[in-house]
Design a protein around this ligand. Structure first.
Ligand SMILES: Cc1cc2nc3c(=O)[nH]c(=O)nc-3n(C[C@H](O)[C@H](O)[C@H](O)COP(=O)(O)OP(=O)(O)OC[C@H]3O[C@@H](n4cnc5c(N)ncnc54)[C@H](O)[C@@H]3O)c2cc1C
Length: 288
């Protein structure tokens, strides 16, 4: 239970929400699904004067617009799992949502926007959003601005969303024919990820790899982008090059994340196999 007194607001438009948040950014918390904010308030770690609940602000639509999927910030994991647009055009995002722990209640309440703004190193969403090339739309008192998913994560639990702004939606280009892999290492079925790897591989008509992207999650304070194009672009990709790309991933982790789930040394040690499994999902023949 939240024991301190607070005002609850439930705006019906983004403009109204921005007005509420920007009136007193330091004393206001935005609620997406509240799965993170409410426990923090219950524990007394946060005691905002105002809670601004976005669930009636019309930010839960998922639409396809010219080969770009618009995912409203308050779309829940359950909505991502049941959307035919996400299933068809962003299967990696759907798979990520299916793998979120916490059961049906968490999946029906937790939002993609809340996970992105919270920017926790151990969360699934940041690396997936980054590898998919998402652009984030932010609304604030000065109007709207766009930030790339790559530039979004500034530090552990620190996204580029300012206290007087609201994340309204993610714009994610369709995956098209790109093959993908998403692998996460967890302690148990119900625990948060220790390390994740998300990759996308594009090929031309002859099967040559034209673009390959890999982003690691959980292993550092922010998602780690690995330049695997230098190893995988071209034809003749085989197990050796897949392994080399995974080794490159392990070498790209410079400040391993350390927490109660696992020490940094463990995360460093598992990065290679986690990256390799993700790459093997996207390149099954080449890895055989
Ligand atoms: C039991 C349990 C299991 C979990 N398992 C996993 C897991 O396996 N993988 C994983 O990645 N996560 C996991 N989580 C975390 C969960 O996924 C996140 O808490 C959830 O996605 C956050 O979304 P939310 O909408 O509930 O966030 P909220 O609690 O509503 O908000 C989180 C933060 O973002 C801000 N915020 C929210 N929406 C917006 C917005 N649109 N604009 C601006 N600011 C905003 C809030 O003010 C707050 O600071 C778990 C949580 C629990 C409780």
């Amino acid at each position: 239970m939240i024991s301190h007194p607070f005002a609850y607001r439930s705006p019906e438009t983004v403009a109204e929400a921005v007005d509420l948040v920007s009136a007193a950014p330091d004393r206001t918390r935005v609620l997406g699904g509240g799965t993170w904010v409410v426990p923090e308030c219950n524990r007394g770690e946060s005691s905002p004067d105002v809670l601004v609940d976005l669930r009636r602000a019309g930010l839960d639509r998922i639409e396809l617009v010219d080969d770009v999927v618009h995912v409203g910030a308050t779309s829940t994991y359950a909505a991502l799992m049941s959307s035919s647009i996400v299933d068809r055009h962003l299967p990696m995002l759907a798979a990520m949502a299916r793998g979120i722990t916490g059961g049906g209640q968490l999946q029906s309440q937790g939002t993609i926007g809340g996970s992105v703004v919270a920017a926790r190193p151990q969360s699934d969403a940041p690396a997936v959003v980054a590898v998919l090339g998402a652009t984030l739309l932010l609304a604030g008192p000065q109007g709207e601005r766009r930030v790339s998913g790559e530039a979004m994560f500034e530090g552990a639990s620190r996204s580029g969303v300012r206290p007087d702004e609201i994340l309204t939606r993610l714009e994610i280009p369709v995956q098209g024919a790109a093959r993908w892999g998403y692998y996460k290492l967890k302690r148990s079925a119900s625990s948060w990820p220790i390390a994740t790897a998300a990759c996308l591989v594009h090929r031309d008509g002859s099967g040559s790899v034209t673009d390959a992207r890999l982003v690691l999650g959980g292993v550092s304070g922010t998602p780690v982008h690995v330049n695997i194009n230098s190893v995988l672009v071209g034809d003749g990709v085989g197990p050796d090059r897949v392994d080399e790309a995974a080794r490159l991933a392990a070498a790209s982790v410079h400040s391993p994340w350390d927490d109660e789930l696992a020490p940094g040394s463990y995360r460093l040690a598992v990065t290679h196999p986690v990256a390799r499994r993700s790459l093997a999902m996207a390149l099954p023949q080449e890895d055989a």
